[in-house]
Design a protein around this ligand. Sequence first.
Ligand code: PLP
Length: 415
Amino acid sequence: MSFFYRNGTLCAEQLPLDELARRFGTPCYVYSRAAIELAYAAYSSALAGREALICYSVKANPNLAVLSLMARLGAGFDIVSGGELARVLAARGDPGKIVFSGVGKTELEIEQALLAEIRCINLESEPELERVNAVADRLGRRAPVAFRVNPDVDAKTHRHISTGLKQNKFGVAYDDAERLYARAARMRNIEIYGIGCHIGSQLTDPAPFVEAAARIATLAARLEATGIPMAHIDLGGGIGINYRDESPPPVAEFIAGALAALGTNRSGLILDPGRSIVGNAGLLLTRIEYVKPGAAKSFLVVDAAMNDLLRPALYEAWHEVRAVREAPPGATPIAYDIVGPVCESGDFLARERQLVASAGDLLAVMSAGAYGMSMSSNYNSRPRAAEVLVDGEQAHLIRARETTEDLFALERILP
Ligand SMILES: *Cc1c(COP(=O)(O)O)cnc(C)c1O
């Protein structure tokens, strides 16, 4: 709905992508403001009437412009590093709405979080509890905490993005939670705010999400019975989007299921969605450098690569690829692998796609708004792509294309 063909040319809101390519160059990430706001609205309306906070998961797309959009919508933020904390503060996000997840928080990061007075540190181990208590003691503060509990449910998603099973590195074990909370409750510099979980990403079935909610609600009730307050329950993120034909049910259905599982529990609800806010709100615009026919396979060599969009190489993720100019009627499409210039066989964006294509044509790799730019690198000494946010008829350059000088600006030749 934010990306559609008009007069045979794919547009982002009101702007044709060929115009954006001329103006900003390729490869280039293009996001739709309306699509981001609509995705957020799906959460806020499904949560209407419940005390709730939507903490946008910064790692999905940490561009300052995206963060400031979220802040203006009233969102909080789920962060996983000191760098993300600094970004949220720079984008004028409310520190009182930040939750801090991750298994490896350093002393410095914990100190930064406490000084910024964030809402909650989600603890993922007992040594981390001890470290947070010690840092808070040194600073003369009380640290707001929750434990991320591993509910041991199978998210039934790709094994690399499943996080809620016993064998995953995330969270504390369900059976250990009561002992840990009891210990935390006795610590002088710890203040318990709640409990959390996050079972994985790209969930297309609400059942594991709802099951995790039920297990966490059961535990929360047991903890409250022992006098431990549960101001909030954080059910994580992970709701899936449509890349191909997954057709996950609407966000409202996941949330209705979770609310039903929480039953009479009246704690505030926190959700930390990332992909489902920005994933389908962005695309990667790329130009075909060469058409390379072959006996076994034909290739479109494009100017974007695995360093720009890692998901296909990393997870064998499937992204829809559209020609920016619609093919003329009657033209015969050919099956192509769409590959980048990086020196790795794993450097592909898509395989076996039927397209009518010539060198110089533009392609749009769809559903690239989440874990696209945020996972990009400079591999092969490729400057990172530009990022553009479209708002109606206006295009804002929200990250300039890196220059080749940027690539080695921090490096020094030996004296
Ligand atoms: C990554 C992450 C999320 C966001 O996951 P999505 O699949 O992008 O919604 C939420 N919570 C935590 C703790 C995470 O690590």
